[in-house]
Design a binder for this molecule. Structure first.
Ligand SMILES: NC(=O)C1=CN([C@@H]2O[C@H](COP(=O)(O)OP(=O)(O)OC[C@H]3O[C@@H](n4cnc5c(N)ncnc54)[C@H](OP(=O)(O)O)[C@@H]3O)[C@@H](O)[C@H]2O)C=CC1
Ligand SMILES: CC(=O)[C@@H](O)[C@H](O)COP(=O)(O)O
Ligand SMILES: [Mn+2]
Length: 392
């Protein structure tokens, strides 16, 4: 029996994970989970899985749930996330919160030698060096849950790493893949949230459309597989059937294919090294799909992808800034505070004005992450106040 801690149980990955656990009660027990705001969903998860520990987003929901479930221990906020992830009985932590809030509990779980199943790419983009160093030092496995990285991880099983030529990450192109830059000027939140292939949380769906998601994934792949940026390629693949590929020096490519169903990489990570049976499998028939398409990425059309490679190659805290600026800008777009193309503008501006610190420490990175968020927040507030002034 593997005891699981699920950080972000009420989200899209959280829901897929609960379904995987439901299908394999003999293999997995949900020992701990976290939620942020969705008390109703958290209550249903408690009733179904009877965990020992639950981390709540605020004191009020903690009070409410503590009264309803007196046998369960409840925590709250960032402290609660760490308590859940480091609980004695937990074997595997699936980090599925949205954003770099996943960083500290993931690092603390590694320090306690928990296996990590990582959906939360922002953690690796913010401070990949420190996460990977800690994992090496503690001899802890980081099993990718992000579909592209799971595909690469699966394709690399049993292969000689010295024969690896490059990683080929596929991108669906997101909600606006056929829009021109001009057409992007007036797109709405509703349109942006209409992903062609995947049903996901709001922030990642916006990221997919701006190509930030692919940018974050390139940096995530660099850290997970220790591959230089020069050997990572992104191709547009509209069908999201080939989840990614690995190319070898002998000219061979190995790809992993499957339905657009996040339960598959979750099941693979939680079951690893066993391949477990998928219950209620989604239909997948290549003869019905018929054709698969692969196209070159247009860097002019998707400047955030180019910027990811630039930030990744510069290294240090450039990826931290790239991610932090995007978290603020993408959420500001979702909240109706900025226009769609301004997401790119704020991310590019934050990266452009960033001055690297010498002998960067983890404390510096945490500070830079915080400073970037404040910087972008203030820039957005200032622009809003100017717009309001003009309207008067
Ligand atoms: N969805 C997908 O298919 C994929 C997602 N990922 C990655 O997985 C992660 C989760 O994505 P997804 O499930 O789509 O996101 P969702 O927005 O659907 O879910 C996010 C989860 O995190 C919780 N949460 C939100 N903000 C905070 C916070 N400040 N502190 C603590 N918890 C918080 C939410 O709680 P509540 O709902 O209670 O407010 C929810 O449980 C992201 O990093 C994403 O990039 C990677 C590959 C695919
Ligand atoms: C399911 C998953 O892993 C997402 O990250 C997905 O890859 C988004 O697809 P695109 O970013 O390619 O649109
Ligand atoms: Mn992905």
């Amino acid at each position: 029996m593997k005891n699981i801690c699920l950080l972000g149980a009420t989200g899209s990955i959280g829901e897929s994970c609960c379904d995987v656990l439901r299908g394999h009660k003999e293999k997995f027990h949900l020992s701990a989970f976290s939620f942020h705001k969705n008390v109703e969903k958290a209550r249903a998860i408690i009733q179904e899985f009877s965990p020992q520990y639950v981390s709540c987003g605020d004191e009020e929901s903690k009070e409410r749930l503590s009264k309803e479930f007196p046998k369960i221990t409840f925590g709250v906020g960032s402290h609660g996330l760490v308590e859940a992830a480091t609980l004695e009985e937990v074997d595997v932590v699936l980090t599925a919160v949205s954003g770099a809030v996943g960083f500290t509990p993931t690092l603390q779980a590694i320090e306690k030698k928990k296996t990590i199943a990582l959906a939360n790419k922002e953690t690796l983009v913010m401070a990949g060096k420190w996460i990977m160093e800690a994992a090496r030092k503690q001899n802890v496995k980081i099993l990718p849950v992000d579909s592209e990285h799971s595909a690469i991880f699966q394709a690399l099983q049993g292969q000689d790493r010295t024969s690896l030529r490059k990683l080929v990450i596929t991108a669906s192109g997101g909600s606006f893949r056929d829009y021109t830059r001009e057409e992007l000027e007036h797109v709405t939140v509703e349109q942006a949230l209409n992903h062609p292939n995947w049903s996901m949380g709001k922030k990642i769906t916006i990221d997919s459309s701006t190509m930030m998601n692919k940018g974050l994934e390139v940096i995530e792949a660099h850290w997970l597989f220790d591959v230089p940026y020069e050997n990572i390629e992104v191709v547009l693949h509209r069908e999201s059937i080939v989840h990614s590929m690995v190319a070898f020096h002998d000219g061979s490519y190995l790809a992993q294919l499957g339905a657009s169903d996040m339960r598959e990489p979750i099941l693979f990570a939680l079951g690893f090294p066993e391949r477990l049976e998928m219950k209620n499998e989604k239909p997948f028939d290549l003869t019905e799909i018929g054709k698969l398409h692969f196209e070159k990425m247009d860097e002019e059309r998707f400047p955030m992808l180019r910027l990811a490679f630039e930030c990744g190659k510069k290294g240090g805290s450039f990826p931290t800034v790239y991610n932090a600026a995007n978290e603020i800008a993408a959420n500001a777009f979702l909240d109706g505070k900025i226009r769609y193309l301004e997401i790119e503008k704020y991310v590019a501006f934050a990266c452009l004005q960033h001055k690297e610190k010498e002998d960067l420490t983890l404390e510096d990175v945490i500070e830079i992450d915080k400073r970037t968020r404040n910087f972008v927040r203030k820039e957005i507030e200032y622009a809003q106040s100017q717009e309001n002034e003009m309207r008067r």
